[in-house]
Design a protein around this ligand. Structure first.
Ligand code: ZN
Length: 73
């Protein structure tokens, strides 16, 4: 993964913790769509949202797990 100022490589089925929690209280999200907007499914309540990629990159606190498409390091 790139440093804090570089772009973050995101892959389908990555699971991330974001700084902004969902209204349901969950802060863990699975990436379900990639593009200019990132599709995220809340792991806690299963609702799906679309968020601008730049906002997602800014809000990622940590990766919980990487999807099967992510290159192993
Ligand atoms: Zn939720």
């Amino acid at each position: 993964m790139a440093g804090p100022k570089g772009p973050i490589a995101l892959f389908l089925d990555d699971v991330v913790v974001l700084r902004k929690p969902h209204p349901c209280g969950g802060d863990t999200w699975r990436i379900v769509r990639l593009g200019a907007d990132i599709g995220l499914r809340c792991v806690t309540c299963s609702r799906r949202v679309l968020v601008a990629r730049s906002a997602v990159e800014h809000d990622i606190k940590r990766f919980v797990e990487r999807g099967p498409l992510a290159p192993s390091e």
